[in-house]
Design a protein around this ligand. Structure first.
Ligand SMILES: C[S@@+](CC[C@H](N)C(=O)[O-])C[C@H]1O[C@@H](n2cnc3c(N)ncnc32)[C@H](O)[C@@H]1O
Length: 366
């Protein structure tokens, strides 16, 4: 059993917020709490009114600014961290066979997350696997994210939240700086080995931030990941379900449904965090983070304390296309095309005009 936890979630979250604002103290001081509360209220408003009241609320959030990172984590951090636990439990109930087993890989799991931010959702994955026993021993995280400013904050997530709760877990982060709206294939190719080993792909709360006009490029980049996996991949998607978010989400759900084995797809569900093991509590002591963020004891705006979240979600699996990588196939093909000179020596390689699929169009058909 994980319990008793070495660290309270809110204490770890406070350390992450301290790392965002900067400073050496272990707790947020009153001025930082005030700034976090204001930032939290602003982020919630952007989420609610995105695309409306044009000059007032931007259509996406720039996480280069500390106030946006702090406001985002204060507003959503705990609920987003818990989401993969519920998601995996749900999928396990529908079809336990699709859940990757770290036991089959010496306790190791490779999770790729798109729009990783602080990677707070890694917590829910770890909790799912290690709630009852120390199943997950080594977690490799491929963190695809366009904003580098998250990187130091992520390290506080590993050190305080993950190591604090799961002391025996080894976390191996792999930062992949990439903007999905641009050509990412050269970048992903540089990280080919680790991406190809992914067991789980998380698309959590990121599509909501990408304008629909970029969908073609975003899909090309995601498809590269899907085409190159070396074992079955479980894809988990969770995104806001508000009507103004749906154009940014629905296209990718449709694309995924077309090229995968669908496990489930919900337009909207309210996840409740009102009971153990993942309960969000207002400590009522005046000293806990939630008391200071959502309580009366600080003047100014008083944000609403939330213990549930509405989200659209989907889960599907993809089988690897080929038992050998395309890189290996093309290398073998180029060897076949080496020409011999008169004396039997290899003299040159012919340019390969055709791809493997041109030569063997029915190779993957039954
Ligand atoms: C709302 S945060 C989600 C963080 C985390 N996945 C979660 O569920 O809490 C969205 C993240 O996606 C990143 N993002 C937005 N557009 C992106 C893009 N085009 N390419 C890569 N990352 C992007 C943002 O910088 C941000 O860190």
């Amino acid at each position: 059993m994980v319990r008793p936890k070495k660290i309270q979630f809110t204490d770890a979250l406070e350390s992450i917020l301290v790392s965002i604002w900067g400073g050496t103290k272990s707790n947020l001081d009153d001025s930082q709490i005030r700034k976090t509360r204001d930032a939290l209220v602003e982020i919630r408003a952007i989420y609610r009114f995105k695309g409306e009241y044009k000059n007032k609320y931007p259509s996406s959030i720039n996480y280069q600014y500390p106030k946006n990172r702090a406001g985002y984590l204060a507003a959503f951090g705990q609920r987003h961290a818990y989401l993969p636990y519920f998601h995996l439990k749900r999928i396990e109930g529908i079809n336990p066979k699709v859940i990757p087993h770290p036991e089959r890989k010496k306790g190791e799991l490779v999770v790729t997350t798109i729009g990783a931010g602080a990677a707070i959702e890694a917590y829910g994955i770890c909790f799912f696997y290690n709630e009852e026993a120390h199943r997950l021993r080594k977690l490799r995280l491929n963190l695809i994210e366009k904003i580098d400013n998250w990187i130091p904050n992520r390290h506080t997530v590993y050190d305080k939240l993950l190591k604090g709760t799961f002391p025996k877990l080894e976390v191996i982060p792999h930062d992949i700086t990439a903007d999905l709206t641009k050509e990412c294939i050269p970048i992903f190719s540089n990280h080919y080995d680790t991406i190809a080993k992914s067991d789980i792909l998380l698309i959590y709360n990121v599509m909501n931030e990408i304008l629909t006009k970029h969908s073609k490029m975003v899909w090309k980049n995601i498809k590269f990941i899907l085409n190159n996996i070396e074992q079955p991949l479980l894809i988990l998607l969770v995104e806001p379900s508000a009507p103004n978010a749906s154009p940014r989400i629905n296209w990718i759900k449709t694309q995924l449904a077309e090229c995968s084995n669908l496990i489930n797809n919900m337009d909207e569900e309210e996840f409740l965090f009102d009971s153990e093991p993942l309960q969000i509590v207002y400590e009522n002591t005046g000293v806990g983070l939630n008391d200071r963020l959502f309580g009366q004891n600080i003047d100014g705006s008083k944000p609403e304390f939330k213990t549930s979240i509405k989200r659209t979600h989907m889960a599907c699996t993809i089988e690897p296309q080929s038992p050998v990588s395309m890189e290996q196939v093309n290398k073998q093909l180029s060897m076949l095309n080496i020409k011999r000179g008169k004396k039997g020596r290899f003299v040159r390689r012919q340019r390969i005009e055709k791809t493997f699929w041109d030569l063997y169009p029915n190779w993957d058909k039954d």
